[in-house]
Design a binder for this molecule. Structure first.
Ligand code: MRU
Length: 348
């Protein structure tokens, strides 16, 4: 068994996707052959986590376009653009989705009058380059983050920003997994992450496979552990970083950042530059996905809220840059991020 997870794989004509809604109970792999199937897999969180959503959508375009090779070139390009527009409606917050689809659109445009079969090859090469780029970014993030940490530290993480959310090493989990390979050991507390339990179901599953010392806590226990001096650093992933360094991530991240600030604990945000969106000026401009109230009222098959009671279920929150000790990317570490430092990182 490979120790690291590759949740989305291209298989010459279809996309193999690990259905994360079934974890940790079952490892079920979906065969995705159409854009509709990929849209549904992204919307239902079968494939989830910002970089993995981007990779999944890019391969979703490839799977769909395999079905239209017999069309005229102009019709093929029309379908390509419609497919990209359609997949972009699957989820609103993680900017990697739009970044990856934009790359696919440009790759298609660059093909001009090529035969459809040649365009298809170029599209598949681009999707593969997106995947390989994100995998390399994860390793570089892990390396950069390791400089900020010390052997034996105890880390709190929220949601899942591991291989399941990317490819293999993940972002927030990359230093932990890379460290493990090098005999640098961390203890990890994984926030359960209500309402869909990405921390309990996914982070714990990944870290256990990698033989990392992981303990699951409910989200409301983090403050107590910090007060007891049991947390040395908080590391989280991100779904979109605005141009001023504000970072959207799974709802509950902001609470963890406020707690870390109060207790004087470093709060690190890990993410590839594909998650930084210079077109979004501040965190207030990041669209926050609202999800089905049933995720809260009937989470895992049992009703836990009386019928008819109102529910508010935003999937993400925004941590203001003032609360972030550093944003760690493959290009380097941005300490105390602000607009100028993010601009410099992005070369703008
Ligand atoms: O709703 P999800 O499970 O897609 O949310 C995922 C997160 O919030 C992750 O922390 C984020 O995408 C970073 S993944 C490297």
């Amino acid at each position: 068994m490979e120790q690291y997870v590759v949740p989305v794989e291209w298989q010459e004509g279809y996309v193999k996707v690990l259905d994360q809604t079934e974890l940790p109970e079952r490892e079920t792999w979906l065969e995705i052959r159409t854009a509709e199937q990929m849209w549904d897999a992204i919307r239902r969180l079968c494939v989830r986590g910002a970089p993995a959503i981007g990779i999944g959508a890019a391969y979703g375009v490839c799977a769909e376009m395999r079905r239209h090779e017999d069309e005229s070139a102009s019709e093929y390009h029309r379908i390509l653009n419609d497919t990209i527009d359609y997949l972009a409606t699957s989820r609103p917050t993680a900017v990697n989705l739009f970044w990856a689809l934009d790359r696919m659109r440009k790759a298609g445009e660059a093909c001009g009058n090529l035969e459809n079969t040649e365009t298809r090859v170029k599209l598949e090469e681009e999707a593969n380059a997106i995947e390989k780029g994100e995998e390399a970014a994860c390793i570089a993030i892990g390396e950069n983050m390791l400089h900020l940490l010390k052997d034996g530290m105890t880390i709190l993480t929220h949601c899942n920003a591991g291989g399941l959310a990317t490819v293999r090493y993940g972002t927030a989990l990359a230093p932990i997994l890379l460290g493990k390979e090098r005999g640098i050991n961390f203890k990890v507390y994984a926030d359960e992450t209500r309402p869909l339990l990405q921390g309990a179901r996914l982070t714990a599953w990944e870290l256990q496979r990698a033989a990392v010392d992981v303990t699951v806590i409910t989200d409301n226990m983090a403050g107590m552990l910090m007060a007891q001096g049991k947390i040395d650093a908080v590391i989280v992933g991100c779904d979109r970083v605005a141009a001023n360094g504000d970072a959207a991530n799974k709802v509950g991240t902001y609470s963890a950042a406020v707690l870390a600030h109060y207790h004087g604990i470093p709060f690190y945000v890990a993410g590839p530059v594909s998650t930084i969106d210079m077109k979004t000026p501040t965190g207030a401009d990041i669209p926050i996905e609202q999800r089905d109230p049933e995720e809260v009222t009937c989470g895992f098959g049992r009703r836990t809220v009386p019928e008819g009671v109102k529910v508010y279920n935003p999937a993400f929150d925004v941590t203001p840059h003032e609360l972030i000790t550093a944003i760690v990317t493959e290009r380097g570490v941005v300490m105390h991020p602000d607009r100028e430092k993010i601009s410099a990182l992005m070369g703008e």
